[in-house]
Design a protein around this ligand. Structure first.
Ligand code: ADP
Ligand code: MG
Length: 240
């Protein structure tokens, strides 16, 4: 419809795919229209997030509708919060259902930042988040019971594949897989790792989201082969 088209255009959001959910114009709308828990809004306010950025406006409702997503938006446009909120919509209970969401990032530094952001957003909730690095993985290995208690994992491709190959992790209940900086994950020699991670996520309910600043056509083609009817978002940079 026309009003939505104008809104998208004014925020430089291009979106393609079938049955695209409408963008959200405010974080309040996440609670009012998409059944986000009140703690999410409280923590957004607490950490100074007032208004969604364009990628957040369009990506979050798509994730809420459990659609596969290829999202491109410039560096600094708030992609992290877009996928973290998408995950928190679905992983907000304190029931111990095992690992339900995995975020894969190409470097440990980025994974650490994402995990910090996630810890802020889950303040006051008993949602267990896990930054899996070499060190934390070693601790887990000594006490396998600990592994059952995590809800959301943030890690790097090599670390995750190592854990899969050593039977240290169960990804069978993962419903949300986010590949951040997907272009470097799929371009720079991580293709095998991504395949192995996908193979370990055996749930028929798996939702895949790829986020990056840019995406070469070759990577997009590859991405489409692992997704079901994906929606594509491209947010333009200022002046582009
Ligand atoms: P990207 O991954 O797209 O490069 P980030 O997710 O790292 O960008 O976000 C860049 C900066 O913008 C971070 O400091 C983040 O806290 C901030 N940010 C994200 N979303 C919002 C928002 N809705 N309002 C204000 N600042 C935001
Ligand atoms: Mg980023």
């Amino acid at each position: 419809n026309n009003e939505v088209a104008t809104y998208l255009k004014s925020h430089r959001i291009k979106v393609t795919g079938s049955d695209v959910p409408h963008p959200v114009k405010s974080f309040e709308m996440l609670c009012k229209e998409h059944e986000f828990q009140p703690f999410v809004l409280r923590n957004l306010i607490k950490f100074g997030f007032k208004q969604p950025t364009p990628i957040q406006m369009q990506a979050i409702p798509i994730a809420v509708h459990r659609r596969d997503l290829i999202a491109n938006a410039p560096t600094g446009s708030g992609k992290t919060l877009a996928f973290l909120l998408s995950i928190l919509h679905q992983v907000h209970t304190e029931e111990k259902q095992g690992l339900r969401a995995v975020i894969v990032s190409p470097t440990r530094e980025l994974a650490t930042q994402i995990h910090e952001h996630l810890s802020n957003l889950t303040t006051g909730r008993k949602i267990k988040t896990w930054l899996m690095t070499k060190q934390t993985a070693a601790m887990q290995a000594q006490d396998p019971a600990l592994r059952q208690k995590y809800d959301i994992l943030v890690t790097t491709p090599l670390r995750l594949v190592h854990a899969i190959q050593n039977n240290e992790i169960d990804l069978s209940r993962v419903r949300n897989l986010v590949l951040d900086e997907a272009d470097s994950l799929m371009d720079k020699g991580f293709v095998e790792q991504v395949d192995e991670i996908l193979a370990a996520c055996t749930s028929t309910n798996l939702q895949i989201s790829l986020y990056s600043a840019t995406m070469p056509a070759s990577v997009e083609e590859m991405a489409k082969t692992i997704m079901k009817d994906p929606i594509r978002i491209i947010v333009g940079s200022k002046g582009a």
